[in-house]
Write a protein that binds this ligand. Structure first.
Ligand code: CIR
Length: 256
């Protein structure tokens, strides 16, 4: 069974953290509709969706990806880089505990799950405003005994590593080569985003299909030409909160 943990939208979403974007009004009714459509897309792709309750005091709690890294063998509960997000982890740890042995990132390390890209047995970890070198060392200590390699990656111009690069098919990555060094991923096949759509590299791969924002039509066209199967969704209101499609779920396999 494939589980997808999501979290409801906080009534305080309009006070969410923003780093590279200017604040714009968020249409909350639309945000709720888009989030529900996102969850339906996950369900249609075979996920059992478990939505955690939103918290009025946690503006960014819908962006649940940042609170944990879920591997087959264990889950690492993060220590989010933004102070306002630190308390998001408790509910997620409780939801993951029945499914995985838990490990915890400890101070002074900070880590956002959006900075962790797992490809086969390699964890690429973005060094960003949210994730520091101490976190990479802690992640490495947790996963090296399990046979994973951990590679720190410099990220510039965007919030997280997965704003710059995500898998779109086995062995194929969608990338913005201006935000992360593409050579680091050789020999994987790379598809670059359309230059006019710098924020288009975030796709959520489930099985053979990507859940992909309708906001990036030129890159979507390019992906389709490469034979990538897409489920296109409108997440305009979540994009205003500097989120995208990977960040609204934690998807993993669990025994039925
Ligand atoms: C933040 O700045 O933390 C949120 N407003 C957006 C987090 C998006 N997370 C992600 O893409 N993994």
């Amino acid at each position: 069974m494939r589980l997808a943990i999501t979290r409801g939208i906080s009534t305080a979403l309009e006070r969410c953290e923003l780093t590279h974007l200017a604040r714009q009004p968020i249409d909350m009714a639309r945000a709720h509709e888009q989030h529900a459509a996102y969850e339906r897309a996950l369900a249609e792709l075979g996920c059992e969706v478990r939505r955690l309750a939103a918290e009025p005091d946690l503006p960014d709690c819908v962006f649940v990806e940042d609170t944990a890294i879920v591997l087959d063998e264990l889950a690492i509960i993060t220590r989010p880089g933004a102070l306002s997000r630190r308390r998001e982890t408790g509910a997620v740890a409780a939801a993951l505990a029945p499914h995985r042995e838990l490990r915890f990132i400890q101070a002074p390390a900070t880590l956002d799950g959006g900075d962790v890209l797992c490809i086969d047995r390699t964890l690429y970890v973005g060094i960003s405003r949210r994730t520091n070198a101490a976190a990479i060392a802690q992640v490495r200590a947790h996963v090296l005994p399990l046979g994973y390699a951990v590679t720190g990656m410099a990220v510039t111009g965007c919030l997280h590593l997965k704003s710059a690069v995500t898998p779109v098919a086995p062995g194929t990555l969608l990338i913005n080569p201006r935000w992360v060094d593409p050579h680091a991923f050789e020999p994987l096949r790379l598809i670059a985003v359309d230059a006019a759509e710098p924020a288009a590299a975030n796709a959520l791969l489930i099985g053979n299909t990507i859940v992909y924002p309708s906001a990036h039509p030129a890159t979507r066209e390019r992906l389709a030409r490469h034979g990538i199967q897409l489920c296109s969704i409108d997440v305009s209101e979540l994009l205003k909160g500097e989120g995208a499609v990977t960040c609204c779920s934690l998807v993993f396999r669990a025994p039925a």
